[in-house]
Design a protein around this ligand. Structure first.
Ligand SMILES: [Zn+2]
Length: 288
């Protein structure tokens, strides 16, 4: 499951992590009984539509735009959806399956690990409406002591910058998320259509965005010298010339004369967040 402000996406995957079925529907998130009841009702109907019995469901993962407690049962920071403190019991009371929360950037990185099992270390950037990240270390997602590892989106980049949803100004989120790139009501499709037609105003906006992204990556790359995977909703639109631009900008900023080999585009840009929420149940099942 992927819980968004105005939409819910669900996807059922088999033991290979392949899609069996998918459903997305518009619904405004509200921290209210009615909301949880109707989402769970949809889940049960979705399962019925695939003619699966309850014992075939290993679990339901809920990817949230929020930070999650290490036991995956509580939202410890949920400013985007205003759901801090939310307990998984709001869902489990209606569903006869194990349920868990997962930070959406982490589930995207889990998907990436699934499709690239050879990945040892990497910095995964989820560039969607909001910015998120996950650090992959020794083939695992780095969890951290308090559950807020890799929350790079709130690193300050501009002291007098735009207001971030966290309440501070000039966070990386305000420069490197799709909210920063796109105008209100503008879609990624539209933006890239005009950009690839080389409309000059779009090229200026894109270069500005990539320059900020290069600054952010350079900063993170100085801390963790590893491969950077560019993921999120932006990933399917990126091309090799964008990577070359980023490498060149980083090359100008960084003190080290490094080869241009540490940036790559996510191999799994589609449905990665929802699928990544399911994969830990499959991994656990296969391991045991
Ligand atoms: Zn912030």
């Amino acid at each position: 499951m992927e819980i968004l402000k105005d939409e819910v996406k669900m996807i059922a995957v088999d033991l290979y992590g392949r899609k069996i079925s998918r459903l997305a529907f518009a619904i405004n998130y509200e921290n209210a009984e009615m909301y949880y009841q109707s989402v769970c009702d949809k889940i049960l109907k979705f399962i019925n539509s695939m003619h699966l019995s309850d014992h075939q469901i290993l679990g339901v993962g809920f990817a949230m735009q929020a930070l999650i407690s290490p036991d995956k049962k509580t939202v410890i920071y949920g400013k985007i959806l205003s759901c801090t403190g939310l307990s998984i019991s709001v869902f489990t009371k209606y569903l006869p399956f194990p349920c868990s929360f997962v930070h959406d950037a982490e589930s995207a990185a889990v998907s990436e690990l699934w499709i690239s099992p050879e990945l040892e270390d990497a910095f995964y950037l989820s560039i969607s409406k909001h910015l998120g990240a996950a650090i992959i270390s020794k083939g695992m997602i780095l969890a951290g002591k308090h559950g807020h590892s890799s929350t790079i989106e709130h690193i300050n980049m501009q002291s007098d910058g735009a207001l971030c949803y966290c309440g501070k100004h000039g966070c990386m989120e305000t420069l490197c998320s799709l909210n920063a790139l796109l105008n209100k009501n503008e879609t990624l499709e539209d933006f890239f259509k005009y950009l690839r037609l080389e409309d000059s105003s779009y090229m200026i906006r894109w270069n500005h965005f990539l320059t900020n992204l290069a600054k952010a990556i350079n900063m993170l790359h100085l801390i963790f010298d590893t491969d950077f995977i560019l993921g999120g909703y932006l990933a399917p639109y990126l091309c090799e010339s964008d990577l070359a631009f980023l490498h060149e900008k980083i090359h100008q900023m960084t003190p080290f004369d490094e080869p241009s080999d540490f940036l790559r585009i996510s191999k799994m840009p589609k449905h990665n967040i929802a699928i990544g929420a399911a994969l830990p149940y499959i991994q656990e099942f296969l391991e045991n």
